[in-house]
Design a protein around this ligand. Structure first.
Ligand SMILES: Cc1cc2nc3c(=O)[nH]c(=O)nc-3n(C[C@H](O)[C@H](O)[C@H](O)COP(=O)(O)OP(=O)(O)OC[C@H]3O[C@@H](n4cnc5c(N)ncnc54)[C@H](O)[C@@H]3O)c2cc1C
Length: 302
């Protein structure tokens, strides 16, 4: 590889000051499972320097604060998959991270890298999106770090493109600690010999009323279903308007998602027609699982 410097900063200030100094000639690296392959395969020019964000204190932590579950950008898929709180109260995220690559990939690959790489089918991203996640973007203003929470979708520009400037990075993600009667789930279809990205992935979260009949909140994320990760807003509206979450409501939500999603044929994965059919299959798996989890809700301990 051809970079000339490899930095291991211990704080956000240090990392962002370095990135600013290089003014675009340095690249952030976390697990390196996307970036290093991209450089090796010539899809990405070798940066002059790499700034490793996995050495930044606190970036590999999962904490619960003021009603939010906060996941540091350098948390690995393995950690998310095994985290009891996320398994129980953010199942869509735990399930989506649990299928990324194999164990070797999941042990080093991070949720921050998954999101920043900005592929519309990235599994962890689809899981986060269904949980209503926000992203924390940190900016070096020349003197100090400023950070803002913003909707996850706001950083995506197109396939493989985010809108982060050279003096910015992602430090964390957060999603609301779920209220009562909330459940989520994720599933995907992958070619048996497939590497890296699924044919299609779907995640959903629903919150039910106390009777467990009507949806009072719903979120459905699908990828790839357009140039950026996709929320099936019309399907969500149908679930919210339905008098009960029965087969008719799910059928209507499926039809709306199939109508709204921008599915396409990709050379190595699947045809548009196959993805159209699989969207129905996945929604009919994921929605009933999320609903069943919402119905069997128990209050989180501690
Ligand atoms: C064999 C294999 C199988 C895979 N299978 C899957 C799969 O099933 N599903 C899936 O979704 N992905 C898969 N991937 C892709 C990859 O592993 C994931 O996207 C992973 O989460 C990337 O994280 P990383 O830490 O390795 O990112 P890196 O490669 O270190 O970085 C990726 C990009 O994000 C940027 N970046 C990293 N961290 C930050 C940050 N904090 N702020 C701003 N920018 C940042 C980097 O500059 C780079 O542009 C696979 C990859 C391999 C090699």
């Amino acid at each position: 590889m051809r970079w000339q410097a490899y930095h291991t900063p211990h704080s956000l200030d240090e990392a962002l000051a370095l990135l600013s100094e290089y003014a675009g000639a340095a690249q952030i690296v976390a697990g390196g499972t996307d970036l290093i392959l991209d450089v090796q395969q010539g899809n990405h020019a070798a940066p002059q320097a790499l700034v490793d964000v996995t050495t930044i204190r606190g970036l590999d932590q999962i904490v619960e604060e003021d009603g939010w579950i906060i996941v540091g950008a350098a948390v690995t898929h393995t950690t998310i998959e095994a985290h009891p709180r996320i398994r129980r109260y953010g199942a869509a995220l735990a399930e989506s991270c649990s299928v990324v690559g194999g164990p070797q990939v999941r042990n080093v690959a991070t949720i921050g890298g998954n999101v920043a790489h900005a592929l519309p089918a990235a599994d962890g991203t689809i899981g986060l999106l269904a949980l209503g996640a926000e992203v924390q973007v940190c900016t070096w203003n020349g003197v100090a770090v400023e950070s803002t929470w913003q909707p996850l979708l706001s950083i995506f520009v197109g396939p493989g493109m985010n809108n982060l400037a050279p003096n910015q990075m992602i430090s964390a993600f957060r999603f609301p600690a779920p209220g009562p009667h909330t459940g989520s789930a994720f599933d995907r279809i992958m070619r048996p010999q497939g590497v890296a990205l699924p044919i299609l992935g779907v995640a959903a979260q629903v919150t039910l009323d106390a009777a467990g009949a009507r949806a009072v909140a719903a979120a459905i994320a699908v990828g790839p279903a357009g140039p950026i990760p996709f929320r099936a807003l019309e399907s969500e509206a149908i679930l919210l308007a339905a008098p009960s979450l029965d087969d008719a409501a799910i059928d209507a939500a499926v039809a709306a998602a199939q109508g709204q999603a921008e599915l396409r044929t990709s050379k190595h994965r699947a045809s548009k027609a196959y993805r159209h059919e699989m969207l129905a299959v996945l929604l009919r798996r994921v929605l009933p699982r999320a609903i069943a989890r919402a119905r069997s809700w128990t209050t989180p301990a501690g």
